[in-house]
Design a protein around this ligand. Structure first.
Ligand code: AMP
Length: 398
């Protein structure tokens, strides 16, 4: 990697600042999925083993008003981290000031401290999300000049807790998770074993135009599913009933199809429903025969077979976005079919990015069969688009 990593710096006895992505789903103080925390453990453990004094921080959710703070405190995250590490984690319930500075001064080698949600700073003028220069400088001043960024999930954003700090320290380096994400995603799109098959789903074409364009250039096949498929079907001249449709993107879909030729593969049949509900009546229809008043909420069996067959020959797979409204069991078959087909490839690099497809992959029971399940949704999309990630750009060059 062209950027320095945590292995390139001497950490012994140093106060090391480390940005992690502990933006985990929490309900009533209970963490529902700790994958991002687990994935950050190798870097945390390494830094502690080197005898550093580790200062961790992360954002959690969006803090828009004072009342949001109670549900978005990092306190339960600190407790859970302590369990995962098997050692005490000092939690400091603030993002700046004497209490934090004193706790850092008291921190011993091999010990770890987590301070409060970085986005608490957003209440006073979006200081964290707006990369306020004073805040990045202040946080940088809390350490001994070393900043480790292991938060791939926020690398596509320029915030005080990543870019801000990185610009104010001697050494800004990647953690192992950041390194792993960049390696797998980078190889998949820049140096793939072929055929490279990309599967793109999810709700809207508009969110994914840049990534569709980029992958049409790099991949051998691009399979399109989910809500965004209907704008393409409409562009082919089919009626799509009440299915999700972005009228203002039909022309663009037409252009993309013309450029891509048979590289771009659309669903050939659809599971349609008479209501957006798990209790709806459903039936499978050909993609050019969606009845008026019905909406496409999942791909059909023939599509699942077609996509699975194409995947069988793949040597690299990049998957982002569900094939249907997979949150409802009735419309999860397309997404599950992709999951199974990708998981059963034995001689392929398989990469899943994006919150929904990543959670589908994890819940499928085949999580360990994927080469890499990315911790970053937006960040992995930006990366696949070929855009620079500010959080990575700000790290020190090797
Ligand atoms: P995205 O965030 O763009 O990846 O979209 C994910 C969302 O797309 C999920 O919540 C799915 O329920 C939704 N989705 C997938 N297929 C459809 C569809 N055919 N109609 C409506 N929503 C869909």
């Amino acid at each position: 990697m062209a950027k320095k990593t945590v292995k390139d710096v001497d950490l012994k006895g140093k106060k090391v600042l480390m940005r992690v992505d502990f933006n985990v789903p929490i309900k009533d103080g209970v963490i529902k999925d700790d994958n991002r925390m687990v994935q950050a453990l190798p870097t945390i453990q390494y830094v502690l083993e080197q005898g550093a004094k580790l200062i961790l921080f992360s954002h959690l959710g969006k803090v828009k008003k004072e009342e949001d703070k109670a549900a978005l405190t990092m306190s339960p995250v600190a407790d859970h981290l302590s369990e995962l590490l098997g050692q005490e984690v000092t939690f400091v319930p603030t993002t700046r000031g004497k209490e934090l500075e004193d706790a850092i001064a008291d921190l011993e080698e091999g010990h770890v401290l987590l301070f409060e949600n970085t986005r608490f700073e957003d209440l006073d003028g979006k200081k964290e999300s707006g990369n306020d220069p004073e805040l990045g400088k202040y946080w940088a001043s809390l350490g001994d000049g070393i900043f480790v960024n292991d938060a791939f999930g926020t690398a596509h954003r320029s915030h005080a807790s990543n870019v801000g700090i990185a610009s104010n320290v001697d050494q800004a380096v990647a953690g192992f998770l950041m390194e792993k994400e960049l390696k797998f995603l980078g190889e998949a799109v820049n140096n793939p074993k072929r055929p490279l098959v990309a599967i793109l789903g999810g709700a809207k074409v508009s969110d994914k135009i840049a990534v569709i364009k980029a992958l049409l250039e790099k991949a051998d096949k691009v399979l399109i599913g989910g809500g965004m498929a209907y704008t393409f079907l409409k562009a082919k001249g089919y009626e799509v009933g009440k299915s999700l449709l972005e009228e203002d993107r039909i022309e663009l879909a037409k252009e993309l199809m013309e450029q891509a030729g048979d590289k771009l593969v659309l669903p050939v049949d659809i599971t349609v429903a008479d209501d957006f509900s798990n209790d709806a009546n459903i039936k499978e229809v050909p993609a050019d025969a969606i009845p008026e008043g019905w909406e496409g909420l999942d791909s059909g069996s023939k599509t699942n077979e077609l996509f699975s067959n194409i995947l069988q020959d793949a040597k690299t797979v990049v998957w982002n976005g569900p094939m249907g409204v997979f949150e409802m069991e009735k419309f999860a078959r397309g997404t599950n079919a992709i999951c199974q087909a990708v998981a059963h490839l034995t001689d392929a690099i398989t990469i899943v990015g994006g919150g929904d497809s990543a959670s589908a992959a994890k819940n499928s029971g085949f999580a360990d069969k994927f080469t890499h399940i990315s911790t970053g949704g937006g960040a992995s999309l930006k990366f696949l688009e070929g855009k620079p990630l500010p959080g990575v750009e700000a790290l020190s060059d090797k």
